[in-house]
Design a protein. Structure first.
Length: 368
């Protein structure tokens, strides 16, 4: 039986509002199941009244990467930006891991964002170590976070030119300690990797993307974000899509709104969260994402207390009839096996609104 270990690391990152990448070494002694990332500052002052952009604040975290080194080779196992990770967490848990706060006025206020990197097959099972990372087999494990200078595109108007108090980023590990005789050295490796493509056709026909998927292992799911040419996520950019394995259709002419409904049902995303700063919810709730303003909802990741999932879709491949990987603990990890596939064997096709629609995918893959 795996023993649980839960610790916040003494090592932190300090972000002074400048554009930079900061690297932190992670511990290598147990099974890493989850990694919590908390960013906080109590002294951020905006340059005036701010009109936030969509996903403002989140867009300042341009990349979160985890690199593992073992047996003489280096692997990037996580590569995602702050915006996508935050919304992926919302899909997985049905609620935000923590409300976002950042100031929209000249009053000194808190900046806070939280994320979770989840290395579980079942995101809701606290005892799932089937794809947890045996860090004790590695020679190096580090997290690299790239922060961007606040701007009109990642924050909003009148953004702060500097933080009065630096942002401190803390890391908390949720780990498992194997007991004597338990062997997790053959655990499948879960990766979470991103890729961005741009549409080049606006004819109304399905456009094919041969390199959309990363093939060669078991694809569990793909988190998809579609943006317009102004890099604002939108449900209006993609009318329908399909996925083909060679000549075999896996998903045929899926209407985007139907996929949205499918996601909301399967992931049970609440329509009534998050709660306001005063604990209220619903149409009268005070917006939890922003401080120092009364009505930022038009540009927020939330709309009057309800989650706005515009532009986001989850394409799931795991079910009981799909191929699976057997783990040492007897768990079957389902998904679409692309072992032996070449580039172009698995194709994503979409009908996009214009020739400059941006398509970004985050693929969760398991290598067994």
């Amino acid at each position: 039986m795996v023993l649980k270990n839960y610790r916040t690391l003494a090592t932190t990152q300090t972000w002074d509002s400048t554009a930079q990448t900061i690297i932190t070494q992670l511990p290598r002694d147990f099974l890493l199941q989850r990694l919590y990332i908390d960013m906080d500052s109590s002294g951020v002052v905006a340059g005036g009244t701010v009109t936030p952009v969509v996903d403002g604040g989140l867009k300042m975290i341009t990349n979160i990467k985890i690199v593992a080194v073992g047996e003489g080779s280096s692997r990037t196992i996580v590569d995602i930006n702050g915006t996508d990770l935050y919304h992926l967490n919302l899909f997985d848990y049905g609620a935000p891991v923590s409300p976002i706060t950042f100031p929209l006025s000249t009053t000194s206020n808190q900046l806070h964002m939280s994320f979770c990197i989840d290395m579980r097959s079942n995101k809701l099972d606290p005892d799932d170590y089937s794809v947890s990372l045996p860090t004790y087999l590695l020679s190096s494990l580090q997290i690299e976070i790239t922060y961007a200078l606040p701007s009109t595109t990642n924050y909003g108007t009148n953004m702060p030119t500097a933080f009065a108090t630096d942002v401190t980023t803390r890391f908390t590990c949720v780990e498992g300690i194997p007991e004597a005789g338990e062997d997790f050295s053959s655990n499948p490796l879960m990766t979470l990797l991103s890729k961005t493509l741009t549409a080049d056709s606006s004819t109304g026909a399905l456009e094919s993307f041969d390199t959309f998927f990363q093939v060669g292992a078991l694809i569990r799911r793909t988190f998809l974000r579609v943006e317009n040419s102004s890099n604002v996520r939108s449900d209006a950019e993609m009318t329908n899509f399909q996925v083909n394995s060679g000549t075999i259709p896996l998903m045929s002419n899926i209407y985007s709104d139907s996929q949205k409904m499918h996601n909301l049902i399967n992931y049970r995303i609440s329509s009534g969260f998050p709660r306001g700063l005063d604990g209220s919810s619903g149409a009268g709730a005070s917006p939890p994402v922003f401080r120092g303003t009364t009505s930022p909802t038009a540009n927020a990741p939330y709309d009057l207390g309800n989650y706005v999932s515009d532009g986001y879709y989850m394409i799931d491949f795991f079910n009981n009839r799909m191929p699976f990987i057997n783990t040492a603990g007897g768990l079957r990890i389902g998904g679409l096996s692309t072992v032996g596939y070449n580039t172009g064997d698995l194709i994503f096709q979409g009908n996009f609104a214009n020739a400059s629609s941006v398509i970004r995918r985050v693929q969760e893959t398991v290598e067994g």
